[in-house]
Design a protein around this ligand. Structure first.
Ligand SMILES: [Zn+2]
Length: 86
């Protein structure tokens, strides 16, 4: 599996993805779609609290949960108010 080596690389990828999403949303808006209820949320899922991997050990010693290893990192786009799921 391809693994990113540094946090700065991950940050670059994230910024790039964000720009792509913004571009897509703008195009949708230009097409006359109502995006006023659309929400974009960044989500991160960290490792389990008992995880013993290197990242989680560092997070524990520094007492900073944000340093924990991540299982998932991405964006969720959802429309507010609607109960329908796609
Ligand atoms: Zn971990």
């Amino acid at each position: 599996m391809f693994k990113l080596t540094s946090p700065s690389q991950q940050e670059q990828i994230r910024a790039l993805a964000m720009r792509q999403i913004e571009k897509l949303l703008k195009e949708m808006q230009n097409d006359g779609k109502d995006l006023s209820k659309l929400k974009l949320k960044k989500f991160q899922k960290t490792h389990h609290i008992d995880c013993k991997c290197k990242l989680c050990e560092i997070a524990k010693t520094k007492n900073d949960p944000r340093l924990r290893g991540l299982l998932e990192d991405g964006f969720k786009v959802y429309v507010d108010g609607g109960k329908k799921s796609s």
